[in-house]
Design a protein around this ligand. Sequence first.
Ligand code: FAD
Length: 487
Amino acid sequence: MNKKIVIIGAGIAGLSTGCYAQMNKFQSEIYEMHSVPGGVCTSWKRGDYLFDHCLHWVIGSNKGTTLYPIFKELGIADSIEFLYTDIFRVISANGLKMTVYTDINKFESELLRLFPEEKRGIKKYINLLKKYTEFNPPMDGDFGNFKFKDFIKLLPFMPSFMKLKKITVEEFFDSLFSNNLLKEMLYRIFPVKKLPALMAIMPLSFMHRKEAGYPLGGSLNFAQEIEKKYTDLGGKVHYNCRVKKIIVKDCCTIGIELDNGKFIPADIVISACDGRTTLFEMLEGNYLPKRIKEFYHKPQLWPPIISISLGVKRDFSGMPAIYDFKLREPIIINGKEIYWSGFFHYCHDQDFAPKGKSVLKTQIESDYFYWKELYEKDRDGYYREKERILKTYINVLEEILPGIKEDIEIADIATPVTWERYTGNWQGSYEGWLPTVDTFGVILPKKLPGLRNFYMIGQWVFPGGGVPMCMAQGKNLINQVIKEIAR
Ligand SMILES: Cc1cc2nc3c(=O)[nH]c(=O)nc-3n(C[C@H](O)[C@H](O)[C@H](O)COP(=O)(O)OP(=O)(O)OC[C@H]3O[C@@H](n4cnc5c(N)ncnc54)[C@H](O)[C@@H]3O)c2cc1C
């Protein structure tokens, strides 16, 4: 293919698209505003510690899944080792401790041990989890483009799938359980109650099948391995190059313009960065179909987060990686009371801290507009508020882990504004659109009406986001481009 493709953004979607472009003999280049690849799939070094707020589990990382060939083709399967644990997390509240085992049978026993009076609901829930361990949709294609043979395999799941797609996690648990503490504890596993109930089933079923592993080395390393594949294939990433505009002539994209005014010509432009910036700034709001407008006018986004990381001189190895606990006194942010906290330690990954030390991290949902206003109108207040929340969290940890204050060597806190500044994602939504009962499985148009040689890809096209989906979309998009050129 003697065509030049310019890709905007070196996140996972942009890198994957670049790899498949190179594999198919296109000439491609990626323009990335940051100095490193990965976008939200990132880690950062602080002293001896590596901080990371992204990948916990990656679907399709094990052999036998439909996604696995993509892991192979992008070099991930051979360069990254995945860890599959027996315990997903431990959740503690009101003197009870629930261990969430990745083995569904063990999880069932644990639920029955703690909440025997909820036996009926637990059985129903566990039966669904078990049923969905057999659910193996072809994840490598776009949903909605399943072939006939795929449909046949999925037929036995259709009645429950359609039902679980249409009710929320909250409605689902309300229909099964009456014990509020049980529901509260389960919401630690599936924190966004508005998600379709399928999201309370599928992740645990994937974990049971050992198909969702943690990538050792962390998120930035994951991205860098795909970047390596891309450059080995002859691709080039231009860092510190923010794209300002997509240049259109006679309803056809002819290139991009960088922040410094430089014009980069292209036969095809693919935007793999924030959707709102692409559509409303780079393309100035032109070429918007109704379907896309609806998404942007009433946005339902993954709730933004505050991310706290601590480097501590204490060894947490041997403990379950994720520990959640209910607080006696709430943490208050912008008037909102937060009753749950916890930490994730990275002792299973030697790249994160020197021997005998650990990285602890937590994420707290927090309103974007609160932080944005503080950042823009009262910068000192913004930093003071960050400091206050950090101190409050450390005090909370001190109750659970006495003496931890003294062990903290380094601390870091990022707000939704930080996520927005570093990755360009709209309103700090770290994973783009929230998949809801209305949008689960929906894919936004990758092409715009009336505009030729332009495509969009990544988490703003595919509600729900996720690294494997971004990797798979890169392959699908390049196949689509090839077909369209051949027509
Ligand atoms: C806290 C958190 C936890 C997550 N956990 C998981 C998990 O456990 N498993 C999983 O599979 N997924 C997880 N995800 C989701 C997954 O990481 C994302 O969906 C995926 O990485 C998004 O990739 P992307 O390429 O679409 O977008 P992005 O990562 O946003 O990449 C876009 C790129 O475009 C660049 N860019 C933006 N504007 C411009 C511009 N004007 N010019 C040039 N470049 C620009 C950005 O700098 C960025 O590099 C998580 C995400 C977060 C943040």
